[in-house]
Design a binder for this molecule. Sequence first.
Ligand SMILES: NC(=O)C1=CN([C@@H]2O[C@H](COP(=O)(O)OP(=O)(O)OC[C@H]3O[C@@H](n4cnc5c(N)ncnc54)[C@H](O)[C@@H]3O)[C@@H](O)[C@H]2O)C=CC1
Ligand SMILES: CC(=O)C(=O)O
Length: 370
Amino acid sequence: MKIGCVKEIKNNEYRVGLTPDNVRAYIAAGHHVYIEMGAGIGSGFTDNEYVDAGASLIDNAADVWHLVDMMVKVKEPLECEYPLFRNGLILYTYLHLAADKQQTDALLKGKVNAVAYETLQEKDRSLPLLAPMSQIAGRLSIQEGAKYLEKKFGGEGILLAGVPGTPKANVVILGGGTVGMNACKIAVGMGANVTILDISLKRLEELDNMFGAHIQTLVSNDSNVERVLKDADLVIGSVLIPGGSTPKLFKQKYLKEMKDGAVFVDVAIDQGGCGESSHVTTHDDPVYKLDGVVHYCVGNMPGAVPRTSTIALTNATVKYGLEIAAAGLEEACRKSEVIRSGVNTYAGKLTNRNVAAAHGYEFTELQELI
Ligand SMILES: NC(=O)C1=CN([C@@H]2O[C@H](COP(=O)(O)OP(=O)(O)OC[C@H]3O[C@@H](n4cnc5c(N)ncnc54)[C@H](O)[C@@H]3O)[C@@H](O)[C@H]2O)C=CC1
Ligand SMILES: CC(=O)C(=O)O
């Protein structure tokens, strides 16, 4: 199969879909790999490293899109890339379609066979291609939150750990999955008071076993969310319904009850965000203030640490990419329920139930199409 990788063009996105080591793995399996010149530079991989690994360098992105059977990316294609879509092209990347009707329509119209990293689910229900970036975003969320709590960035001017004789900051984490657990780890490490809410009692038990007396766990419901937000200094939004729109548990009316200069990092913004007042921001202009609360809603947080992120992401993606390349998408899907769970659009049909529900579109079982 012909595998391609282009330079990411989203705001401040320096990750890349394939590393030189990944290229070696695809070439060893008998595939051809085409890389846009400069694609890896933001993550510290030079063109020469790709050539040494066996890739062909192409000097513009459009030619890579035209040449290849499978495009391996990091982030969703932007509008200027939609004209490059074509019938039967396999697109292997993050898509977050529940929050992006325009892109969903473009993929359906272009009859692209799109495999979304964020919905590919293992039999144990884990999300192996989302998890590495969730680990990074979770850890970053506290780092960014601590920064925006500083006065000069609009925050209330409070140190997470405090010092002897002063209160510690109250960190509230909505959703205790991978992002939530990683945020918790850093917040506890920095000495904050941490409260974590989830709808899953089993997950709360796991978190309690992990962090013991260092955290407070609470079941997620409207009363508990409203109650803990009143005293919160830093709130992390990290809930997920895989493939679906994020439930809005952080209501706009709560903002007025919160501390002036509190910070809300809505990591779940890529799926629409868990705050009613959240809208997407970029690394160039990451925050806005509403009712005194600083909102940070960057949809590609791991792009800030591209070297770590690219290696972590591609450690996970290469395995399934090789499976698709070896068998072809149809056969790979017939053989593997796991690969099937990643396919969001196929031959102009929507094949992910939660994405279909988010847009009120017809859902088609992938097995009926392959
Ligand atoms: N902005 C960014 O750069 C990044 C965003 N993300 C996003 O972060 C979000 C969280 O991802 P993960 O932690 O990997 O998901 P996960 O599936 O590991 O965890 C989600 C948690 O939310 C809980 N949950 C669901 N509904 C809830 C509710 N009503 N109240 C409280 N908890 C609820 C689930 O029980 C689960 O424990 C996703 O939207 C993901 O796409 C991930 C990486 C980077
Ligand atoms: C998860 C995701 O969309 C990202 O890492 O950018």
